[in-house]
Design a protein around this ligand. Structure first.
Ligand code: HSE
Length: 328
């Protein structure tokens, strides 16, 4: 049996993490999927830059080169922004190629459309990495909590801002110092505006809402603010009350499926489940009618946690690949 052939779109922190993990974890991948996983191409913006990839990997800035590859099975997408990722993924799906994405902005805007298209084309879309980094919350909600009706989700969904708030409180760092560290550690976006203004967490709340209700979110109805206006004074003031400021995304879903959503800094006391979620960790508190309250916690950003869940998606999807590989 041939290998599973994959292409990686975007070769920044996450894309290169996917490449490295695939190269390093062949044995486990063969055990799990029954085949070798072979990165055959990467899509980059600047082909003149030296990339640390095997010499037989096609490095191109033209997605059409990738689509033309014979027997391409999976596309991993780790580009920033809605375009060009959306157009690439649409074309991949229409060509019968499975897709795995980490692109929150794209999935928040176009997730329902892509999932519908994928269903029509009998292709799988993995998007675990779009929400909460390495925490497998999408899988938990879609595969493990099907009998339960989810009534509330309260979550820290941006690793960068949680890391910054933790450092500002524990080490009295300024907001700029804390951001510089988060950037150096590969947690922040290349342009960190979406991290600190709350939009990155908003994208994730939208993805969760659409996943749970299958209804497109009216973005105008979602209040969104980030941590950029918080001062050390605000953080210290919360500490004197025994509280911590956390950047929280909240979803309330009523019995008719009506959703109330917001994203904003909240001062929480020690009794709150999100109080102890610190550093780059994300925390997702899910309240469901049968099981009650569940808490998921883990690294919300970073190269390998994010790449790891993308590869988990690949393993799940690999069962569909055999079918597709024959019919293409
Ligand atoms: N910049 C994002 C964060 C990366 O800090 O959460 C993971 O989506």
């Amino acid at each position: 049996m041939g290998s599973i052939k994959v292409a990686i779109l975007g070769f920044g922190t996450v894309g290169s993490g996917v490449y490295e993990l695939i190269e390093a974890q062949q044995e486990r991948l063969i055990q799990l999927t029954g085949r070798r996983v072979e990165v055959v191409a990467v899509l980059v913006e600047d082909v003149s830059r030296q990339r640390d990839v095997r010499p037989d990997v096609l490095v191109t800035d033209d997605f059409e080169d990738i689509l033309r590859l014979p027997e391409l099975d999976v596309v991993f997408e780790a580009i920033v922004g809605v375009e060009p990722g959306f157009t690439h993924l649409k074309k991949a799906i229409e060509s019968g190629v499975q897709v795995v994405t980490a692109n929150k902005e794209l999935f928040a805007h176009k997730g329902i459309e892509l999932r519908e298209l994928a269903e029509e084309c009998d292709v799988q879309v993995g998007f675990e990495a779009t929400v909460a980094g390495g925490v497998p919350i999408i899988g938990a909600l879609t595969q493990l909590l099907r009998m339960n009706r989810i009534v509330k989700v309260e979550a820290i969904l941006n690793g960068t801002s949680n890391y910054m708030l933790t450092k500002m409180r524990e080490e009295q760092m300024t907001i700029d110092e804390a951001l510089s560290e988060a950037q150096a550690l590969g947690y922040a976006e290349a342009d960190p505006t979406n991290d600190i203004e709350g939009f990155d967490a908003l994208f994730k709340v939208v993805i969760l809402s659409e996943l749970l209700t299958e209804v497109k979110v009216d973005w105008n109805q979602v209040r969104c603010s980030g941590i950029s206006n918080l001062t050390s004074g605000d953080i210290n003031h919360a500490s004197t009350r025994g509280e911590r400021i956390k950047h929280v995304g909240r979803l309330l879903i009523d019995e008719e499926g009506q959703v109330e959503a917001e994203v904003r800094p909240v001062s929480v006391d020690e009794a709150h489940k999100l109080y102890s979620i610190e550093g780059v960790d994300n925390g997702v508190v899910v309240t469901a009618d049968l099981v009650g309250e569940l808490v998921f916690q883990g690294p919300g950003a970073g190269k390998y946690p994010t790449a790891s869940v993308m590869i988990e998606d690949l393993v799940l999807i690999s069962k569909s690949i055999k079918k597709t590989a024959v019919s293409r």
